[in-house]
Each structure stands twice: as structure tokens, then as C-alpha cells.
Design a protein around this ligand. Sequence first.
Ligand code: CTP
Length: 414
Amino acid sequence: MTSPARKRILVGVGGGIAAYKVCSVLRHFTESGHDVHVVPTPAALKFVGAATFEALSGHPVSTSVFENVDEVAHVRLGQEADLVVIAPATADLLSRAAAGRADDLLTASLLTARCPVLYAPAMHTEMWEHPATQDNVALLRRRGATVMPPASGRLTGRDSGAGRLPDPGEIGLLGDLLLDEPDALPYDLAGVRIVISAGGTREPLDPVRYLGNHSSGKQGFALARAAAARGADVTLVAGSTSNAGDPAGVDIVPISSAVELADEMTKRAAEADVIIMAAAVADFRPVAVSDAKIKKSSAGPAPIELETNPDILAGLVQARGRGEIGADTVIVGFAAETGDENGGVLEHGRAKFARKGCDLLVVNPVGSGKAFGTEDNTGWLLSAAGTETALPLTSKTLLASRILDSLAPLLSQR
Ligand code: CTP
């Protein structure tokens, strides 16, 4: 018997060069205390030996239904799994899964599994874009599987494009999400264009110094990760972050200062169906930016004169009011609050919601170890319809998926 927190995970490995990266995915789950069984295809063992998978998982590895027949492994492994992760999901493996074949232990196990199945594709761009592969992926998604978009970049050989295995950390985070909530990733945002800002801004003082904040960017990146897995076309305008991950299939636009962020958001807003301002934007910036490093002086530190940055969120809402952005574009804001003598976190959040005029506001308590840099988050979701929903403490990826759930009714009104 496994304890409720210790889940059974079947990691299916396809025959692609990225098979070696799956060792990190395995470790992610074993280090979280889960019981992991690895089922490679015969081709996968040409890339990584069975001994590696056996050592990392602590279980014997086989590829055929004709090994250990008395254990009926092809039925048991699938039936007992709480999660199946297929990585790399090659074109051939996606095709065999879509066709419902059972010609090796892995595909047979897929037919007996009733738990969430997460596919992390890896192949050459032409193979990924081929209508046969796209049809197989669409079919698997219609049947309820989550197929991550592949990452883009350098592929084996000289080519580059869409088809790299998503970062192992990303596969692990989406796997964790499906273990927490099996229905967390419906494929319901296909064709929805979402622009998300995340991370902190840096307001330069001189070539080496800036005014910044503690934002890790993790909540905004989690939104991008979950939205892309749910089918959205995601652009992530990213400021400074720390260990926020590298969501696959997301177009990442780096920015540094609030003014750069304002420019990028304004440029992209007219094309967006949803705008989410999760960035921690500096309210002020130094008036003067020195071209040379500011030196110490015997007169002591010189005062830094500040000027106000644009309020990007309020500006986007106003631009929508003037018709510069589609009237049905959904605008979501965040409020990071500590509470003070004038009111608690929620009171400040309500006041900010009224000030900003957006459609949804996520209110997060921050300070004393809360929200900034952590893996978990909590708070409230306020809607323009007047609802206030408590968001229980959970992983930032699951919280992201709950926030995305609340977009559905707003998008369906359009
Ligand atoms: N925001 C923005 N432009 C700014 C400041 C904030 O677009 N110059 C956005 C943030 O991305 C967030 C929301 O406004 O979605 C609230 O940000 P927050 O820092 O909590 O609030 P402020 O507007 O800065 O108000 P205050 O500092 O008084 O709490």
C-alpha cells in the first residue's frame, strides 16, 4: 500500500535522443517520495540502458508483455498508476497511443490506465508539424490526455525549431499538478491569445545598479505554464525572476524596466483575448540615470530623486474604454498586500480592485515568507460581477489553473 501522499507514477520513455533527460523527471518524482515505475519502449533502451532506469526508480524494467507474464504487468502497471508521464513522446509513440495499439508493455499499459496521462513530446519540427502527428495529438487531447507543447530551440543535428523536449522541471510541475488535481488541465483554451506579465522590474540608477523588488516571477510563469498546457497561445513578458522555470511552447519577451514593460504590453494588448498583469511593477523610477558608475563621495550619499512610472494595468483598462483594445478583452490584475493599520489584505485588495477597474483581481498576502519566491500561494479572487472566492494555499501551478478556470465564463460571454 502507498500512503495517500506517496503516489504511483508510471514513466513511459519513448525512443528518442531526449530519453536521457527523463532521468531528471524520474528524480523529481522519486525525491518527492513517489513510487515510480519506468516502462521504456524497446527503442528507448537504445538511448538509455535499463540499468539507469532501474537504479533511479528502484524497480526492474521491462519492455515486453512476455516478460514476467505471471505478474500480468501490462494490466497491473496501468491499473495501479495515479499518473502516467510519457517522455519523450515521439511521433511513433503518439501515433501508437492514438491508435490504441498494444504492441509493447508501454502501449498496453496506456490502455489499462484510467489516471491522468501527460505527454511531453520531442521530435524534429517537421515530424511535430506533420498533419498525422497533429491529428494524433488532437485525438489524444479529445480523449482527456494532456499533451504539452514542445519547447523550441536547438534540435539534434543542425536544425532548430519547435520539437525540443519540454524542460524536465516543467514536466515535473505539470505532473505534480495532475497528481493534486487530475482535472486541472482541460484543453479548453485553444485559440485564446493570452499575454502575461511576470517578474519584477528593475529601474536603473547607473550601468551597474537598479531599484528592484523580491518578485520571483513564479506565479506569472505558472500561469503561462498552465495556460499553454490548456491550449492557449501564450506570450510571457518577463522581468527579473529566480528559478521560475521555462514554460514550454510559450513566447517569452524579456524586459527590464517598467517603461519597457509598459511598451511591450501596450504593443501586444490589441491582439490579446486576455491580459494578465502578474508583474511586480516598480511604482517609481530614478529621474536621472547616470551613464557612468556613481562613485562614493566624501559628502555622503546623494539623494535619489524619483518620478512615477505609468500604472500599466489601469492604463490598459482605460485604453479598452477608449476602444484601443477590444471591448471584450479580459483584463486580470494582481494585488500583493501586507495589510497595515488602515486595513487587512482583503480590504486593501478590494480598494485596489475598485481603483484599477479590471475584470478579475487576484489578491495575495505577501511579506513574512509569503508569496515572494515560495512554491505555494494563497489569497482571493475578486470579480467584477462582485464575487469573492477564497483561494486555499496550494502550489502556484494549481492556483494558476484555478485562476484560468475563472476566465472560462468571461470568455464565453464574448
Ligand atoms: N501595476 C501596474 N503598473 C504599476 C504598478 C502596478 O500595472 N505601475 C499592476 C501590477 O502588475 C498588478 C496591479 O497593478 O497587477 C497591482 O500592483 P501592486 O504593486 O499590488 O499595486 P500598486 O498599483 O503599485 O499600488 P500600491 O503600491 O499602492 O499597493
